[in-house]
Design a protein around this ligand. Structure first.
Ligand SMILES: [Mg+2]
Length: 378
């Protein structure tokens, strides 16, 4: 899940905590997902009192990632309407999007949690619906498609269960081609890339340390995502969030080679390598043979800060666009928005419908031309 700056200088952790420690006491977090970084030093020093200073700000930030809190913000409707002007609904802009993709190969990149499946309290139960699975299956029939998730690749595959897709797990640090083989790329479709494999023993170690450290905090869940570890706050009482962050902090002190990022009610620990969802997107485009192509149109749909790395890559390449899944205004590099996974499904279905119609039309046209040729030949 999240953010813009992939690689933090050593001294920084991209704890994109909206809560930038220094200013939060004056400024309530009106824009969830605002891209404020907090330095590693700040994070490690935060909240010694448990609620004051940086710790409090950080908790505010985590709270701000919950739409229920944001919805109660009085000025939201104004914020929302101006935000929607800048990031209009991808459904409303469907025709414009199709026009922009004309003559280009659309390649689809989809985040999983909060994009294809709803955010639920128990991360092990973040199932996608059968209808969504059927939609993604059809999508992959017409477009090269990849799932890009913070989760461990095996885990996200166990939710999606579609062998025809590319999967980039652990924020893109574990990339594998379709096990069925791909009509878009020939050759070996096994594991394509694991840039952080040397960190595996350390990740396992920090996972165990975090399990042990957080075991007395009710609701805290630590998930081993192979190349990164997630500490989920979703089922933890907000009063305990500072305490849980402190526990993470105490473990992180021992691992300067790891960095911390914040997503939606989750803290994630990962290697300090220059790799993120944006790099994964570029790698996959290259693997598909579109490295330097002008006629490719990548579309990335995601719901939180780690997806911003991919949105940013698309913006910088000037190719395709990002769609942020969010009900509330957020600072983003995405061009368009969708409110929730159900809208993502509608958008994907429309893409499939459009492609089917286009192919049918092309087929009819080809047949008509052949008939004409035949009649002239006679
Ligand atoms: Mg997500």
């Amino acid at each position: 899940m999240t953010y813009q700056n992939m690689v933090m200088p050593e001294a920084e952790i991209a704890l994109q905590a909206a809560a930038a420690a220094a200013t939060a006491t004056q400024k309530p977090p009106v824009a969830p997902g605002g891209f404020l970084n907090i330095s590693r030093k700040q994070f490690l020093e935060m909240g010694h009192s448990g609620s004051g200073g940086g710790g409090h700000s950080w908790v505010d930030s985590m709270r701000a990632s919950s739409p229920t809190h944001i919805n109660s913000t009085p000025s939201l409707s104004d914020d929302q309407s101006s935000w929607m002007v800048r990031h209009p609904s991808a459904l409303d802009m469907f025709e414009e999007i199709i026009t922009a993709s004309k003559g280009k190969q659309i390649v689809m990149f989809l985040d999983y949690d909060g994009t294809l499946s709803p955010i639920v309290d128990d991360p092990d139960r973040a199932f996608m619906s059968d209808a969504m699975r059927a939609t993604v299956r059809k999508l992959a029939r017409y477009f090269p498609s990849a799932i890009v998730s913070g989760r461990c690749r095996d885990k996200v595959y166990s939710f999606v269960r579609l062998a025809e897709l590319y999967y980039a797990g652990s924020h893109g640090m574990d990339i594998k081609g379709p096990s069925k083989g791909s009509k878009y790329k020939k050759g070996n479709q096994g594991v394509l890339f694991q840039p952080a494999s040397e960190f595996l023993p350390m990740i396992n170690e920090v996972y165990k340390a975090l399990l042990n450290k957080t075991k007395y905090t009710p609701g805290a869940t630590v998930e081993n995502n192979k190349f990164c570890v997630s500490v989920h706050f979703r089922r933890v009482d907000e009063k305990k969030w500072s305490e849980l962050a402190q526990q993470v902090k105490s473990v992180m002190k021992e691992y300067p080679q790891l960095r911390l990022t914040q997503g939606r009610k989750v803290l994630e620990i990962r290697p300090t390598i220059k790799w993120d969802k944006g790099k994964a997107l570029e790698f996959l485009l290259e693997s598909l043979g579109y490295a330097n192509c002008a006629d490719v149109f990548p579309v990335y749909i995601g719901d939180d800060r780690t997806d911003e790395d991919a949105f940013k890559v698309l913006r910088e390449r000037g190719q395709g666009f990002g769609i942020l899944v969010s009900k509330v205004p957020k600072e983003t590099n995405a061009s368009y928005s969708l409110q929730e996974p159900s809208e993502v499904m509608v958008f994907l279905r429309r893409l499939v419908q459009w492609k089917k119609m286009t192919l049918r039309r092309q087929f009819r046209l080809k047949r008509r031309l052949e008939e004409l040729k035949m009649s002239f030949a006679i």
